[in-house]
Design a protein around this ligand. Structure first.
Ligand SMILES: [Zn+2]
Ligand SMILES: [Zn+2]
Length: 346
């Protein structure tokens, strides 16, 4: 067993504190990873604050994990000591249901095992990446290409795959008009990836404050949704809208921006139900959809794609003592565009 250094939170209103957690002995197919960097995802904040249901505290969040393999189980074949690897939002699944067999483990019929705030197959609570080490079965570990720095790789494991998967699934590419709603951690990755796929990309943001950034990330157009003229001007334009915003929006207004057979995909998850007028769909045979992270095979594909196209998230590296402050800044949209913890400071 390895005793890992960690940062844990003891309740919805508590600050992070230094902690020690146990990582299990290596099973035959397990990999021990020394975590070098861990991204801070908005989901970490929702979970730490108890906003997504009951949490078993103490909680160690973090599902954007990049590090180095330091030990392997006796039957591990995919990795060896010294390999650069990543772990995303899940660490296991049943492996047997039709979705797991298809490589869509995130949609496992029995539920995937989340990297933190879950229960693993040994009945133990899972604890995430704000820690010095983690043990994960090799099937849920991905390889980080050499030309992606480990700090920049971390956010790809959630923000990267969460946006890559729907863009890939709904065929973003040359000749397609894609809108990205919101230019935060997820949105800025969606813009970079959709641009690299060859699509025409439009950012729909509340204001024009981040316009320069958006264009620099590869957007062709940038509009403010606070300006009602935006919705008149862009009516019936897009083949695909990726909504990264987890706040309540006027769904019917956004659906009106889709062209014939267009799809609006939600990757942000608002806590309250949204109101949908079905006429918004019928008029142009439109679809309204959701998408959850991506499977392990697709996550590896996404990393290769980012390596090939030199795509990296915009990051601000922080020390472990700055996690509380970073949470506050994420909540006030004061981040460009992802905080990444330097785990050597735990
Ligand atoms: Zn996440
Ligand atoms: Zn399954």
């Amino acid at each position: 067993m390895v005793i890992a250094k960690a940062r844990a939170v003891d309740g919805p209103d508590k600050s992070f504190r230094a902690a020690e957690i146990e990582r299990r002995d290596l099973d035959l197919h397990d990999v021990l990873i020394e975590i070098k960097f861990a991204g801070i995802c908005h989901s970490d904040i929702h979970t730490a604050h108890g906003e997504w249901g009951a949490v078993n505290y103490p909680l160690v969040p973090g599902h954007e994990i990049a590090g180095i393999v330091t030990d392997v189980g006796s039957e591990v074949t995919k990795y060896k000591i010294g390999d650069r690897v990543g772990v995303g939002c899940m660490v296991d699944s049943c492996g047997e249901c039709e979705n797991c067999v298809k490589g869509e483990e995130q949609y496992c019929h029995k539920g995937n095992i989340p990297t933190y705030a879950g229960v693993d197959k040994y009945g133990e609570p899972t604890q995430g990446g704000y820690s010095s080490h983690i043990v994960v079965t090799e099937e849920f570990v991905v390889s980080i290409p050499d030309n992606i720095e480990l700090d920049a790789a971390a956010p790809l494991l959630c923000a990267g795959i969460t946006t890559f998967s729907p863009l890939n699934h709904w065929g973003a590419g040359p000749g397609k008009k894609i809108a990205v709603v919101g230019l935060g951690g997820l949105g800025h990755m969606a813009v970079k990836i959709a641009h690299a796929m060859g699509a025409e990309v439009t950012v729909l943001s509340q204001t024009l404050k981040k316009k320069e950034d958006g264009l620099q990330f590869g957007a062709n157009n940038y509009y403010a949704t606070s300006d009602p003229e935006t919705f008149d001007k862009l009516a019936g334009t897009f083949d695909l809208i990726i909504n990264t915003v987890s706040a309540k929006i006027d769904l019917n207004a956004y659906l009106s921006l889709l062209n014939l057979d267009g799809t609006m995909v939600n990757v942000g998850a608002p806590a309250d139900p949204l109101s949908l007028n079905v006429m918004s769909l019928i008029g142009h045979r439109r679809s309204f959809a959701g998408s959850l992270i991506g499977g392990i095979r697709e996550t590896q594909e996404m990393l290769e794609f980012c390596a090939e196209h030199n795509i990296a998230p915009e990051i601000e590296v922080i020390a472990a003592d700055e996690i509380d402050e970073a949470y506050k800044r994420v909540l006030s949209s004061d981040v460009k565009y992802r905080f990444v913890i330097d785990n050597s400071t735990l």
